[in-house]
Design a protein around this ligand. Sequence first.
Ligand code: PLP
Length: 368
Amino acid sequence: MTEQPKETKVRLRTEILQTAPYRQGKPAPANSFKLSSNENPFPPLPEVLEAIAAISINRYPDAAATKLSERLAERFGLSRDEVHVGSGSVSILAQLIQAAARPGEEVLYSWRSFEAYPGLVTVAGATSVQVPNTPEHRHDLEAMANAVTDKTRVAIVCTPNNPTGTIVTKSEFEGFMSAVPDDVLVILDEAYVEFVTDSNAVNGKELLGKYENLVILRTFSKAYGLAGLRVGYALGPSRILDAARVTAIPLSVTEAAQLGAMAALDHESKLLERVKVLTERRDATVAQVRALGLPVPQSQSNFFWLPSGEDSSQVNDRLLDHGIVGRLLAPGGIRISIGEAESVEPLLEACKQIASEFQSLTNLPIPN
Ligand SMILES: *Cc1c(COP(=O)(O)O)cnc(C)c1O
């Protein structure tokens, strides 16, 4: 065997070398619950499995995801070019950022928010501008609007926010849209919109056609339980979505993904029943965790945020002791997905122990 040279002289972009590759939630050890990736705990519907078994994998997929795009266009009252399907909404985020922001230009978002945002901005060569969340772990949309400069090309609003579970209200969002110049692309990331039960929350569906600079992102990964198929979509002005189609890697949405998504829409009512089970489980779990005195914000998503500051890694160890694998997002806290019914009891046991052991946490105010 030849020895591998220890150092490569190949010149790589400094900012890429300085960025950590995407780290997935840990695989859960046996006898534990994987609550680290906001996945849907229900197994796929048999109808979805049947649909994806029928594909010819020796053929390339339909590059334009024609049937699924038409289906979504009809559902939202849009034309087909106002819909863009991607291999997960994260890939559409990457496409939009690349289409809009050059080196030296800025992409604005709240922080903490989705851990994929910083990396996507770096890869595009643009600069992240992170606006801190409010003490209640919500987007500070006024501060975000004030952070817009003549270099801002994209502003991302994530509601419900990953990882804090908090929402942006309709009036907050409308205020933001009127404050932001209309040459800035605003992306409303609604990966968890199906879990929202608060009627004050903004819903992108009601804003379609209202703003020339707004794109809405949704996904089949969470509520529809198709995370493994990789399929999401964008709704918005065709001129912006055409730009995303240019930066997209062709043929990355597989036929299985397209057919699986169509089957999920065909059997949507069954999936939405499951969503209801999960939102009820969320409300019950979050209420009990808050009753223990832990400073967990109300969640409108399929996860909740356990702020744990300096103690994050020890708190995470307590969860692991009880077989709960959450997502440690240091510094700051742990995001815990709402999972199987059987996960609730060990999760609450763990939280009880955390509340008694870490007074630094129970001394914090519980957000409204
Ligand atoms: C999960 C998630 C997505 C979507 O992921 P895909 O699987 O790529 O569709 C997008 N935004 C946020 C905030 C998420 O948490």
